[in-house]
Write a protein that binds this ligand. Structure first.
Ligand code: PLP
Length: 376
């Protein structure tokens, strides 16, 4: 009844293991240069969450090679990884624990400070701080009501030589949308915050507000840095010609025929309406393939889109290979930059009701990252 079409053969396609995420570092560099050409500010490359799943250290190195002058991470632990790898450019962290302050000091990392209590905790330990003003995101940052007190206290400590306020910054709430009204309002608030800080005696050397999209939509030549995360990896919400840096590839693990009427994967959500060939892709939701994409998703194999059929399992999913005569070991592109007809991360995000950011960050540790220098 069941016909195995062919025996497994050794891989001939260069994919080592069952799946890998191939990161084109030249795309990272090109994306940094795209921003450098488009905006007057210097680029702070945001490499949090392991460089959005791409690998923080290789991405940071590529970004610095292309002219990024700062690095930004969320958690302090991520800054230590960059320093341990020999990256010497200034780094800003915005989420840290009091127990990490000595290490942050040793690593020479700027810490973000939003309140007088936080400031008192870091002075005399950490040499450089950046004061964060909440201009509307309402996540972290100083409430505008407390800003004068915060800047005056900071100026007091600076005069004592206990700390240097290197920067003043804020984060946009609608940075991803082309509607710049809210961003413009936040910029005005930041400008007011900076002049109040100057009045208190502070002389910050960097002022920054915009993320990737804000860098393009917001005209803020009086700021010094733009904090580029998504854009670094080629997430291109504004269509400015960024290049997706990651390609997720695997290879068919098993190939077999099924008959019309037979169901596939847990619960038989898919039932074949004709005899067909199914092929197993050995990567699942534990690796970051979103379960919610089932029923909509497809992958590229032999230049053809093959629909994902049935539920996506923890370690594997099944595609309908039709009558193409595919064989085990054949390469499959799960997502890439789309230029060969493969889906993009954005397609997967759309199929599963999320954003590319979450897809990239969700790639599990069973998926090795391999680095290459693309040609284009
Ligand atoms: C993640 C993050 C960024 C980067 O935003 P993108 O939209 O990914 O460019 C910038 N600033 C802060 C504070 C962030 O948390």
């Amino acid at each position: 009844m069941y016909l195995v079409q062919s025996r497994p053969r050794p891989a001939t396609d260069g994919i080592t293991g069952l799946a890998e995420a191939v990161v084109d570092l030249s795309a990272i560099r090109d994306n940094v240069r795209t921003f450098r050409h488009r905006v007057p500010q210097e680029v702070l490359a945001v490499v949090k969450a392991d460089g959005f799943g791409h690998g923080a250290v290789p991405v940071a190195r590529a970004a610095v090679e292309a002219g990024a002058t700062w690095l930004g991470v969320a958690h302090a632990s991520e800054a230590f990884e960059l320093r341990a790898a020999g990256l010497t450019v200034p780094i800003l962290t915005w989420l840290y624990d009091a127990a990490e302050l000595m290490l942050l000091s040793d690593a020479g990392v700027d810490v973000s400070v939003s309140t007088v209590a936080e400031l008192q905790q870091v002075v005399s330990v950490v040499p450089y701080v950046q004061l964060k003003l909440d201009t509307g995101l309402h996540r972290s940052g100083s409430a505008p009501d407390h800003w004068i007190e915060l800047t005056r206290t900071a100026a007091h400590y600076e005069a004592l030589g206990a700390v240097t306020v290197r920067g003043i910054w804020s984060h946009l709430s609608h940075g991803d949308s082309a509607d710049a009204v809210q961003s413009e309002r936040q910029l005005q608030l930041l400008r007011t915050g900076v002049s109040l800080a100057r009045r208190a005696g502070l002389r910050p050397s960097v002022v920054h507000l915009a993320n990737s999209a804000g860098a393009i939509t917001l005209d803020a030549p009086d700021t010094d840095l733009v904090r580029i995360g998504a854009g670094l990896y080629g997430i291109d919400d504004l269509g400015i010609g960024l290049r997706p840096a990651m390609r997720l590839v695997s290879k068919l693990a098993q190939v077999r025929r099924i008959r019309a009427g037979e169901g596939v994967s847990y619960g038989h959500d898919f039932v074949a309406d004709r005899d067909t060939t199914i092929a197993l892709v050995p990567i699942g939701y534990a690796d970051g393939i979103p379960r919610a994409a089932a029923g909509r998703a497809s992958v590229l194999c032999r230049g053809v889109r093959m629909p994902v059929i049935g539920r996506i399992a923890m370690d594997q999913f099944v595609v309908d290979a039709g009558d193409l005569g595919v064989e085990p070991g054949e390469p499959v592109t799960i997502f890439g930059d789309g230029t060969s007809g493969e889906p993009t991360a954005r397609d997967w995000a759309d199929w599963s009701g999320t954003i590319s950011h979450e897809l990239y960050c969700g790639l599990g540790k069973r998926v090795p990252r391999r680095y290459e220098e693309g040609t284009r």
